[in-house]
Design a protein around this ligand. Sequence first.
Ligand SMILES: Cc1cc2nc3c(=O)[nH]c(=O)nc-3n(C[C@H](O)[C@H](O)[C@H](O)COP(=O)(O)OP(=O)(O)OC[C@H]3O[C@@H](n4cnc5c(N)ncnc54)[C@H](O)[C@@H]3O)c2cc1C
Length: 157
Amino acid sequence: MTDELLKWRSEFPILDRAVYLISHSLGAMPKQTYTRLQDYADTWATRGVRAWAEGWWDMPVSVGNELAPIIGAEPGCAWIPKGIARDKLGYILTGVDALRSGQWPLSDREPCALETTVPRILAAGDIRSGSTKRVGFAVGDGSLAVTCVHKLTAIRS
Ligand SMILES: Cc1cc2nc3c(=O)[nH]c(=O)nc-3n(C[C@H](O)[C@H](O)[C@H](O)COP(=O)(O)OP(=O)(O)OC[C@H]3O[C@@H](n4cnc5c(N)ncnc54)[C@H](O)[C@@H]3O)c2cc1C
């Protein structure tokens, strides 16, 4: 075979022993994961909470910048369209706040609890203005998003 991706096969040890068709978060583990996890553990063990200021805090952005070209985006680009209103800290307005912003465009209905100023686009979790920035609240928002989707689907049909 001439598939150019085959040169990467040896980077995934499980493929030596199995036909492995899983592609979600437990897809074939790359060999380098051993080193990376060891680096992470070493940093945690030696730097403790200081590790945040020494790289961890910026990691979502630096990793995002590495991923951007793979999905056809520019490194450092913003993803929130202008029509989606935000508060002064940059968090996305939803529900009543979206309505009060004066930027809700529809007159025949109000936004759902998690709906932004762009109808049918929802925001949930930390990114939402006024949400409590905790895991439990983000999970709750995720559930509420399902309810909103049901409501919006019913409106459409
Ligand atoms: C240091 C620290 C300690 C914390 N400790 C606690 C704690 O002890 N208990 C607690 O309850 N909460 C804690 N929190 C808060 C908790 O982590 C957050 O409230 C929670 O993770 C929010 O979940 P989320 O899904 O809204 O956002 P996130 O978990 O931030 O998920 C958003 C995801 O979207 C991805 N993303 C961003 N932009 C894009 C894009 N353009 N395209 C694709 N993907 C994108 C990000 O990479 C990320 O994976 C802590 C937070 C921090 C920073």
